[in-house]
Design a protein around this ligand. Structure first.
Ligand code: AVI
Length: 309
């Protein structure tokens, strides 16, 4: 989930900073530097998600082959560099067209050019939009559509938002169309915490970059070093939370607004919900999909789910 800032402080950022419990939407984590730091996170030894999902995709090729039994269109939400999709493009026949959707227009254009050269037999058409907002798909002339949403990004939605989001995706599909998406599973707290507070400090840099971005884009002068990264597991909500904690009392000035921050006060910057099988079933039911299959790794750290309209 990404967003652009453009000089004026967005209203949801202000709402969050003036709230009793301060928060900033996680979509603001992904400026250019934040996106690069996130790419580095995906390679960290502690961040098992990315490689586990890739392994699940590779180990269950027969499942994806049966999804694409007939020629179909593959639509990816938040495609980035389309790294995981290459597993499908390389191994699964009948992908007639591929529609990567990403908010970053320039990045998307480069990815499409590179992919088109590698997969000349597949029609590739990028769609630059914020997929969390309503959007329309090209006309596939009755061909089956498969939506691919890897990376456990669904976990960055609040549970009700996740249901509404999937409901919205379902409204773009026809009976028989399918959705493949990744979810991070509930597991040992120490494993989860390490994944969001790595020894090399990359996740801390990713979180703190939010303040650097605000300084740059809003001519603010927040002392970034006076905040530290906090990652904790909230077992009641079933989510990892990221916060920025102020080491001192201070006043933040941005876009003509002043925000008082107490010593040890936290700004909540991200939720990453973890799912167990019951949560997955509930999500499918609430969003009106039929849950067809859930495949997981041996440790049950991560699952890839297949749902159908
Ligand atoms: C993008 N999203 C699935 C990541 C996650 O695990 O929730 C974002 C992230 N935040 C810290 N590390 C990774």
């Amino acid at each position: 989930m990404k967003a652009h800032l453009n000089g004026t402080v967005s209203s949801d950022m202000l709402t969050g900073l003036f709230a009793e419990k301060k928060w900033i939407s996680s979509k603001f984590l992904y400026d250019e530097q934040g996106s690069q730091l996130f790419e580095q996170i995906t390679d960290l030894p502690e961040y098992y998600q990315t490689r586990t999902e890739a392994q699940i995709l590779l180990e269950n090729l027969s499942a994806w082959k049966s999804v694409f039994r007939k020629p179909a269109a593959l639509i990816e939400l938040g495609s980035g560099s389309s790294k995981k999709t290459k597993i499908l493009l390389d191994h699964v026949p009948n992908i007639e067209s591929y529609i990567p959707i990403d908010i970053s227009e320039e990045f998307l254009a480069d990815t499409v050019t590179q992919l088109q050269a590698s997969y000349p037999g597949i029609h590739i058409q990028g769609l630059s939009t914020d997929y969390t907002q309503p959007f329309t798909l090209p006309d596939f002339k009755g061909k089956k559509k498969i939506v691919f949403f890897p990376g456990s990004t669904i976990g960055n939605f609040e549970p009700r938002e996740a249901e509404l989001f999937l409901e919205n995706i379902r409204s773009l599909l026809n009976p028989g169309d399918q959705l493949i998406f990744g979810v991070d599973r509930k597991k040992d707290e120490a494993v989860l915490k390490a994944a969001y507070d790595d020894a090399a400090g990359v996740t801390a840099a990713f979180n703190k970059n939010l303040l650097t971005r605000i300084n740059r884009e809003h001519e603010a002068a927040i002392d970034v070093d006076s905040f530290s990264h906090v990652a904790l597991y909230n077992p009641t909500a079933g989510r990892i939370e990221m916060h920025l904690e102020s080491s001192r009392e201070q006043v933040l000035t941005l876009g003509g607004h002043t925000i008082e921050v107490k010593k040890q006060e936290r700004i909540h910057t991200e939720n990453s919900y973890k799912y167990d099988p019951e949560d997955i079933i509930r999500l499918g039911r609430a969003s009106g999909f039929l849950l067809r299959r859930v495949v997981s790794d041996e440790r049950e750290y991560f699952s890839v789910c297949l749902m159908e309209v």
